[in-house]
Design a protein around this ligand. Sequence first.
Ligand code: NAP
Length: 304
Amino acid sequence: MTDIKDHRYSHETEVTVVGLGPMGTALAEVFLAGDRSLTVWNRTPGRADGLVAKGARRAATVAEAVAASPLTIVCLNDYATVRRVLGSAAGTDGTRTLVNLTSGTPAEARAAADWAAGHGLDYLDGAIMVPPPLVGNTDAVFLFSGPRQVLDRHRATMAALGDLRHLGADPGLAALFNTALLGMMYATLNGFLHGAALVDSAGVPAREFAELALGWFMPVVLNPAGLAEQASGLDDGAYPGDLGTMEMNLNALEHIARTSAEQGVHTDLPRLMKELAEHAVSRGHGAENYFAMFELFKLGPSRD
Ligand SMILES: NC(=O)c1ccc[n+]([C@@H]2O[C@H](COP(=O)([O-])OP(=O)(O)OC[C@H]3O[C@@H](n4cnc5c(N)ncnc54)[C@H](OP(=O)(O)O)[C@@H]3O)[C@@H](O)[C@H]2O)c1
């Protein structure tokens, strides 16, 4: 195993990027565009050619890459690869920071933080909330968790990436928020697409549904201000049912499930939503409003 102590701590560049897939390349491009001196490493070295042509320095090994800069940003396909790749760069003089922007779970992030601490690396975990073309925009959100002072120390360098948000000291928080937001995104997209499939079953083009769903329903019925007001009760567990109850919502979910079956479109999604509401009613939330589902989701999978 190569130890980065074998390399001189010359701080030859300001920042290193390890991993040059579409996302790592986008990160590296932003640093170069901001005139930051940059070292790069990738398993397939040829992927660095374009960056090297623009002034990046290509490291021959990961150990050399990590040794070259006070700040190393790693962006690989998963945490197992991060561990495998950085294992060969283990051992530092305590002056290196590792910022891991690889997607994963909170437990993987916490394990990576422990591993880094054991190898004398300051560590921040992060999640990138935009696709590669948007990296570098001022509203491109990057979530971070771990010691705030580590982010503050490198904020000037990383500010070029976008809107950097620190969530807390627990290194798992960035991954947790990332998955919570992505879960919301997929649930919303599936709701829209299932609705489009329902109207398609009657021969209506999806764009007509989209006009009504996205042009009127989302902004008016599912508007963020209205949802935020209702969500403000979540932490108090207050779900007054005076304007609509879980029982009433269960009725609507029953109609969606039956209509889906009648129209011959997929029934799993509405059936699951109906079963969840039935479960909430069976736990005594029938007279409360729909936000009482929060209590059910907090229970975990196996509790009746
Ligand atoms: N792309 C997006 O829209 C997006 C958005 C947000 C977050 N992210 C996250 O950013 C991270 C990187 O994503 P990406 O889009 O750049 O593509 P990716 O396919 O997830 O990762 C590609 C990188 O992983 C490396 N890699 C894969 N297997 C490896 C192995 N066994 N050993 C060493 N290196 C290995 C690749 O090296 P080679 O070039 O040698 O194959 C390349 O550097 C992921 O965690 C992803 O979830 C991506």
